[in-house]
Design a protein around this ligand. Structure first.
Ligand code: OAD
Length: 260
């Protein structure tokens, strides 16, 4: 990744932005890789481990909730230790930078809640959140602190099994969140696509929606994806390296633009 290319990209983004513009950032597991969470695909990916693969199926949770929770507890432990990466923090800085005039919407496939921990306010969680829980029987929301779990699976006062509010394989993306994400992609002047292999629908279609509506789409990923050949800027880069550089460049350019 050459810095002159980042500069060029920042200029192209700044040119696109006007009053009321919407900037969308579509994120995936690569963004949290630098926080220490494994990705799904690729070397060391969770889906390569048959045990973790099962933990992402709604079927196992239904059939054997205790076994499902035993696997999920390991993910919960990982989650309790992670902190936002420089990439998450750069996106939070970007929201602050744009906020007086423009809107930043993050659409994430991640369930780790790290965008919110970093300080982003407008976050659409396409696959839900592993920081929220509800009863599979009565629907009541639950806060599950570690000491609250005395035996597995944790149960609601009504006797139902408690589960995280994440979308598992075999379950649909929540309709309302999807509608909002789709509308944001249609409205976007700029879309950054960061750390996702774009293998899972419907999220994988969002860059095409933005391109169709003439957004400037920028990809950041150390590997190529099906999007790479279709966009003007596709950076083979790590998010924690690229995003802070981009935001720093934009800071100067947007200050000039607002002043003129
Ligand atoms: P994947 O694991 O499929 O892809 C992660 C992407 O991040 C890959 O393209 C990597 O090249 C890239 N990557 C790795 N490190 C990076 C870094 N430091 N900076 C930038 N990019 C990096 O994860 P997702 O695309 O998020 O759904 O997967 C989408 C969905 O697949 C997940 O939300 C999950 C899974 O099925 C559900 O569980 C419902």
């Amino acid at each position: 990744m050459r810095e002159s290319q980042v500069e060029l990209c920042a200029r192209a983004i700044a040119e696109r932005l006007g009053p009321d513009s919407v900037v969308v950032v579509l994120t995936g597991a690569g963004l949290s890789a630098e926080s220490g969470l494994p990705t799904f695909r690729g070397a060391g990916g969770l889906l390569g481990d048959p045990e973790f693969f099962e933990a992402f199926t709604a079927d196992l949770l239904r059939r054997a909730p205790r076994a499902w929770w035993e696997i999920f507890q390991r993910l919960r432990e990982l989650l309790s230790e992670v902190r936002p990466s420089p990439a998450h923090l750069a996106l939070s800085d970007l929201e602050e930078l744009l906020r007086p005039h423009l809107r930043l919407v993050i659409i994430t496939q991640n369930v780790d809640g790290l965008h919110q921990v970093a300080g982003n306010r407008r976050v659409l969680e396409l696959h839900g959140s592993a920081r929220r829980y509800y009863c599979t029987c009565c629907g009541r929301p639950h806060v599950l602190l570690p000491e609250r779990i005395v035996e597995l699976p944790p149960r609601c006062a009504c006797g139902g099994v408690i589960r995280p509010a994440v979308v598992l394989f075999g379950e649909a993306t929540p309709h309302e969140v999807w509608q909002e994400a789709y509308a944001a992609a249609q409205r976007a002047s700029v879309m950054l696509v960061v750390g996702t292999s774009l293998q899972v629908e419907p999220a994988a279609s969002l860059p095409a929606v933005a391109l169709h509506h003439r957004a400037l789409v920028v990809e950041v990923n150390p590997e190529t994806t099906p999007l790479s050949g279709a966009v003007r800027f596709s950076f083979r880069a790590f998010a924690s390296h690229f995003l802070p550089l981009l935001v720093e460049r934009l800071r100067g350019l947007l200050a000039q633009k607002m002043a003129s």
